[in-house]
Design a protein around this ligand. Structure first.
Ligand code: ADP
Ligand code: MG
Length: 701
């Protein structure tokens, strides 16, 4: 049992702010507790002697054996809430549910009050829910410490929501559909307890089979990922996406900054945490139900049994869309099917038992396909006919599911005649839908969770790097007076073992020539200025410069920089070894700091494609080797790297290592706000970082 077990299973609950006032939240909560809770309710309010038949106490301190109060629900006005909570803490109460609003959500005064609340919680080691929460529920004890108007039915799904209104909506909806819950928590402002705490609690709760969430943000991203990763080995977590705009992303100084917004961070963070992310409330509960009730599949092959051709095809399409595969039946299966089904039936997947099939024929077909080793799960699709009794069919499906132990979802394509059968199926935990795509998607949720559960968790690799030298490069750059560093800081990559071409930054034509003479073949020359973000945009990069052109090119580059911005600070010119672009592909690797998830690492197609195609993927650092490997698979242009143009495939291992090394760099240096290596040229022989740009946060130095 976790540390929040008494929050959800208290013996004694105090309502601080209990009242009889019609329409008051303090009344609604007291009534809700009185209605179903099997423990003791204690009323606290200095302005009343009795509330709804309960003796009323002036303060928590006045309650006899106050330290035996397991939960205090706080509904007093914001001005006195913190004092009331302090008093509860003082009296020995450990769990506090703060319904009171008027904290961080209301401006600076409220924010100050919320800080005070946090301090009090820390002082008394309180498990504090809210403030601005709808409350908490737990069905085994009938605990309804909310001001909603519906008590949840019993079930094995626990649900948290950052929106209180969404909790009431879900409860209302669930009441109509026999959807049950174990615990429910309205997170409110998450001043103390946040999503990670509830995930940890429910992860260790034997009564919770599935954890559901509605989140708008994640407070401690990295911590949440760590917790959720552990929990998802045993308990699936499904969360609904909440749309968030990305203000400010376009103002970013780097490509990575622009491409890795908070939405990308959220997506990556939840994925790495092993959370099944869904788009709609419908999916949230479809997934919850099937994950709670059905076993996990052993593969991704689906068998379809139907009495109607069209819906069979629709189901087949849905299988393809979900990325599942249509099972290929073995000879024995085909033989049995052909023997037991009428001649007009289709014995291949999707099996069509045809329109005149009674439930027994479904049974014959279903039993046969479920015994095939190549079948991992099944969908039964039935349309109403004069000979099909849906209730009999429901029994058949339930029996087959029990007997063969494979996950099954059903599609009963009707409404009027399917109702009782749907209830039978639901009661037995076999999901049923009108739409075959929903049945297939729900089965896919099982497959996805199985994949998450069996993920191998490896520790991030730590490479042998020269951290001191990297620190010097950053400090030297900043000492020059700018937070923006460019190719003059290439040594930073060198210090972290990321290959760079030979080269040097010089501040005179003569020195440029000297460096070029030391490099074999033609060179590349680039203007180096903190005021010039995109060098080639202003003609600040010259490729293929021969040694005798170096002096003139130097002058040209400086002139162009001055034309672009008269007072631009010019550090000098970089003279760099040429990299054979024909043999390689320009990719981008970068990092950025997300306010919720911390450092992110981006990988994508680079060079001039970067803005046009925006083909990139993001992970939260530290990035492990399997994660870095998956990043290459993620991008749509992966085939380009793998020789789609008739060229030799690039060295993917070198890309994977570069992503990991960069992940280590950005984890080691919180001062690096954004960083782009664009391009990182990938060839069959390895990778080379030919450009660098980063922004430093001086406060973190
Ligand atoms: P910026 O991104 O500021 O314009 P880069 O240093 O990335 O400047 O150079 C622009 C482009 O020039 C690169 O995308 C690449 O195509 C080419 N380039 C840069 N350096 C080299 C090099 N060392 N070898 C070959 N091509 C290069
Ligand atoms: Mg570049």
């Amino acid at each position: 049992m976790g540390r929040l077990s008494t929050l959800f299973a208290p013996d004694r609950v105090a309502v601080i702010g209990a009242t009889e006032s019609e329409g008051a939240v303090g009344r609604a909560i007291t009534e809700n507790l009185q209605a179903t809770y099997d423990g003791e309710v204690v009323a606290v309010n200095p302005n009343a002697d009795e509330v709804l038949g309960l003796p009323c106490h002036d303060s928590v301190a006045d309650v006899e054996d106050a330290d035996e109060i397991d939960v205090a629900v706080v509904v007093v006005p914001p001005g006195i809430a913190v004092d009331a909570i302090r008093e509860a803490g003082e009296a020995g109460v450990r769990n506090v549910v703060v319904i009171t609003a008027g904290f961080g959500e209301t401006g600076s005064e409220g924010a100050a009050r919320e800080r005070e609340l946090r301090d009090v919680a820390a002082e008394y080691d309180l498990n504090l829910v809210g403030p601005n929460s709808l409350g908490v529920m737990s069905t085994p004890r009938g605990l309804n410490a909310t001001f909603g108007n519906e008590m949840a039915q019993e079930g094995s799904v626990s649900f948290m929501s950052q929106s209180g209104a969404f909790v009431t909506a879900v409860l209302d909806w669930a009441a109509e559909r026999d959807v049950g819950f174990k615990d429910i928590a309205s997170l409110g402002n998450k001043a103390v307890l946040d999503e990670g705490d509830f995930v940890a609690e429910w992860g260790s709760d034997p009564g919770t089979d599935v954890i559901l969430g509605y989140l708008e943000d994640v407070d401690e991203g990295a911590e949440f990922i760590r917790t959720a990763r552990e929990v998802t080995r045993e308990t699936p977590i499904v969360m609904v996406k909440s749309g968030r705009t990305d203000a400010g992303a376009s103002a970013a100084a780097s490509h990575t900054g622009a491409m890795a917004g908070s939405e990308e961070a959220y997506e990556a963070g939840l994925e790495q945490a092993g959370v099944l992310r869904v788009e709609t409330v419908q999916e949230l509960f479809d997934y919850a139900q099937i994950l709670a009730d059905q076993p996990l599949p052993d593969g991704d092959e689906v068998a379809i049994v139907t009495n109607a051709g069209g819906p069979g095809v629709m189901t087949t399409d849905a299988v393809g869309d979900a990325g599942l595969s249509l099972a290929d039946f073995g000879d024995e299966t085909l033989e049995t099917l052909s023997e037991s089904l009428p001649e007009e039936a289709n014995i291949y997947n999707p099996v069509d038992v045809i329109g005149d099939a009674p439930a027994e024929r479904f049974e014959l077909a279903l039993e046969t396909v479920l015994q095939d080793d190549g079948v991992a799960m099944a969908v039964v699709v039935a349309c109403p006919t004069a000979v099909l009794d849906f209730e009999e069919l429901a029994e058949v499906v339930i029996d087959c599911q029990r007997e063969y132990g494979l996950p099954i979802a059903t599609t009963l394509m009707g409404a009027k005649s399917t109702g009782p059968a749907e209830s039978t199926l639901n009661d037995a935990g076999v999901p049923t839908y009108f739409d075959p795509a929903r049945a297939v998607d729900s089965l896919d949720a099982l497959r996805r969770y199985d994949e998450i559960r069996s993920r191998e968790h490896v520790e991030p690799e730590t490479f042998d790097v020269d951290r001191e030298r990297a620190r010097e490069v950053i400090e030297r750059g900043v000492d020059r007076g700018s937070n923006r560093l460019g190719v003059e800081a290439m040594e930073l990559l060198d210090a972290y073992g990321i290959p760079t071409p030979e080269g040097e930054v010089v501040d005179s034509p003569g020195d440029a020539e000297r460096v070029a003479e030391g490099i074999e073949g033609d060179v590349v020359m680039k203007i180096v200025s903190p005021d010039i973000l995109h060098k080639s945009d202003i003609g600040g990069v010259e490729v293929g410069v021969s040694t005798d052109e170096v002096r003139d090119t130097y002058e040209d580059l400086v002139v162009r920089a001055r034309e672009y911005q008269r007072d631009a600070t010019i550090v000098g010119v970089q003279v760099q070894e040429m990299v054979d672009l024909d043999a390689g592909t320009e990719t981008i690797v970068g990092t950025k700091r997300d306010p919720q998830f911390g450092p992110l690492v981006l990988f994508g197609l680079g060079g001039i494609f970067v803005e046009v195609l925006e083909d990139s993927t993001v992970r939260v650092a530290p990035v492990t080797k399997p994660e870095a490997t998956a990043m290459i698979d993620d991008i749509e242009s992966a085939p380009l790297l793998r020789g789609a143009r008739g060229t030799e495939p690039v060295d993917e291992a070198a890309i994977v290592e570069t992503i990991q090394r960069l992940s280590q760099l950005v984890t080691d240096f919180p001062s690096i706000l954004e960083l782009d290596v664009n391009p990182l040229v990938a060839t069959p022989e390895g990778v080379t970082a030919v450009d660098l740009r980063l922004t430093i946060d001086q406060e973190e130095l």
